[in-house]
Design a protein around this ligand. Sequence first.
Ligand SMILES: Nc1ncnc2c1ncn2[C@@H]1O[C@H](COP(=O)(O)OP(=O)(O)OP(=O)(O)O)[C@@H](O)[C@H]1O
Ligand SMILES: [Mg+2]
Length: 269
Amino acid sequence: MANVSPVLSIVRDEPASAAIEVAGLTHVYDGRDGKVPALTDIAMTVGAGRFVVIVGPSGCGKTSLLMMMAGLRHQTSGTIRIQGRPIDNPDPERVGVVFQEASLFPWLTALDNIEFPLALRHAPKAERAERANQMLNLVGLQGFGARYPHELSGGMKQRVSIARGLVQDPPVLLMDEPFAALDEQTRMTMGHELLRIWSQTAKTVVFVTHSLTEAVYLADEVLVMSARPGRIIGRIAINLPRPRTYEMMATDIFGCLRDRIWQQIRKEG
Ligand SMILES: Nc1ncnc2c1ncn2[C@@H]1O[C@H](COP(=O)(O)OP(=O)(O)OP(=O)(O)O)[C@@H](O)[C@H]1O
Ligand SMILES: [Mg+2]
C-alpha cells in the first residue's frame, strides 16, 4: 500500500502563517425597523502577504466585515484574529484602512494628512516628517506634499489615503472600494500602482470591489459573498503570474476567471 498520509491530499496552497482568521462570524444590526441580519457564518483565513479580494452584491455586508476586521465595529458573534490576536478596537499599527471616499482633512496639506496617525500617537516630529515623506514618494506624489486636498485630483487624493493607511507600517491593509469614485483609466492605473506598492511592502491586503475586472487583476484569491445576510459562497484562486500586466486582461484565462466569479454572484445574488 502506498505510504501517503490522507492529510496530504487536503493540504491547500496556503502560506504557513495566517494574518487574518475569521471564524463563525455573524452580525445582526439593530435597525430602525427591527433586526437586520447582515452577515452569517463567515469563516476565512488570509495568509500573510496575500492579496484577497471580496466581491458580492450591494448590501451583502462587505463594508461591515471590513469594519469588524479593523476593530471599528463589534460583531454579534464569532472571532476575528489579526496577526494572531483578537481585534476589539482600532489598532493602526496592526491594521491600516482605506475607504472609498478619500476622507482627508481639508485643512491639512497632503503631507500633514499622511502624518496625522503618527501625530495622534505623539511620534517625534522629525520621525513623522521623514516617514510621511517616504510614504508620499512610495505613492508617487513627490513634490505634492504641500498641496491641500482641494488642489489634488481624485486619484491623487486616493494616493494620499493609501499613504496614510501605510504610514504606521501595519502588516494588514483593508481597502473598501478605494477606487470606486475614479474614472476607469485612473482606476486601472491606481490598481497597477497598488500592486507595485504591495510588492514593495509585503502587506496582507483585503480589498473590496464591485469591479470583476479589478478583482481578477489584483487578487491571489477572490471571495464571493451571497446577498444579505452575507455568506462566503465561493473562493476562486487567481493563478495568473505576477507582475500582472494590462495585456493579461485580454487573455482567455482572464475572461474565464471573471466569468466564473460572475456565475457565482448570479447564482445566489
Ligand atoms: N448601522 C446600521 N444599522 C442597521 N443596518 C445597517 C447598518 N449598517 C449597515 N446596515 C445594513 O447591513 C447590510 C450590509 O451593509 P454593508 O454596508 O456592510 O454592505 P456592503 O456589502 O458594503 O454594500 P455596498 O456594496 O453597497 O457597499 C445592509 O443591508 C445595510 O442596510
Ligand atoms: Mg460597502
